[in-house]
Design a protein around this ligand. Structure first.
Ligand SMILES: Cc1cc2nc3c(=O)[nH]c(=O)nc-3n(C[C@H](O)[C@H](O)[C@H](O)COP(=O)(O)O)c2cc1C
Length: 240
């Protein structure tokens, strides 16, 4: 398998999301190239539409995105490793996502899902996996925007793993809960390698909170209260 991992976290080696992604990859028993988007020079899409009307799918910009777009073309499986930012994608990684416009064509059609699409990448044989993590405790709702985006951009061969309560991975006391989640991700990788999908049982573990939401909120707030004790002169009201 030719797998490309696109790392959308600015946290580099400390990325929780990348740790989850590497666990999935280990379950697949595969190796992959990892592209760290934060360290690359990726311009925003200029919306010149040259890739649609002039160059037959080639982007005219000269920056690091070109090489990644070529790597995406060459890979058969692309794993987007994306921390959830503002219910969506961190901006430096979103810039790359926008640049995949060159894989699409201007012509439109109504898909099996009843929605309109451009012809292009999503009709191909490539597989896409989204692995995301978020600091809030909700699995339901929290990742809807991101999942919608990935599925509609990259089509029906898309598998998603969205891990809420990610702060638990930063604490050693919660290791027994997080290790169960990591086992499930490893299983998911193995199932995905063998069948191309994640079984309903494994997906159910991945979609369930590791600890009850109320407890997560309580513990996180206590942890932040401790941290904030060290800060002097906190303004009383810092809401917008
Ligand atoms: C700018 C910013 C926006 C964020 N927005 C969300 C959010 O909308 N929902 C959420 O659950 N977590 C949000 N988070 C928390 C991150 O998703 C979470 O810490 C994640 O696990 C970080 O992954 P990483 O270690 O791979 O970078 C946000 C963090 C930052 C810095």
């Amino acid at each position: 398998m030719n797998i490309l991992i696109i790392d959308g976290s600015p946290n580099r080696k400390k990325s929780i999301t990348l740790m989850l992604t590497k666990t999935f990859l280990a379950g697949m028993n595969e190796t992959a190239e990892i592209v760290n988007t934060i360290d690359l020079n990726i311009n925003p899409c200029r919306a010149c539409y040259a890739c649609w009307v002039k160059t037959n799918g080639e982007c005219v910009q000269k920056d690091d995105a070109i090489e990644i777009l070529n790597k995406i073309k060459a890979a058969d499986t692309i794993i987007w490793s994306i921390p959830l930012y503002s219910y969506s994608v961190p901006s430096h990684c979103k810039a790359l996502m926008d640049r995949t416009l060159c894989f699409n064509q201007p012509e439109m059609y109504i898909g099996e899902d009843g929605r309109s699409h451009h012809y292009g990448y999503e009709n191909g044989s490539k597989k896409t996996v989204l692995i995301s993590s978020g600091g809030l405790p909700d699995v339901i709702g929290n990742f809807d925007g991101l999942v919608f985006q990935i599925k509609h951009m990259f089509g029906k061969n898309t598998t998603t793993i969205c891990c809420a309560e990610a702060a638990l991975f930063l604490q050693s006391e919660t290791k027994s809960m997080t290790s169960k989640y990591l086992d499930a991700i490893r299983n998911a990788g193995s199932e995905y390698r063998m069948t191309g999908i994640i079984s309903a049982d494994t997906q159910a573990v991945l979609d369930a909170p590791m600890i009850p939401r109320d407890l997560y909120i309580k513990n996180t707030n206590i942890a932040f209260a401790q941290i904030k004790k060290r800060i002097k002169n906190i303004p009383k009201n810092r809401h917008l």
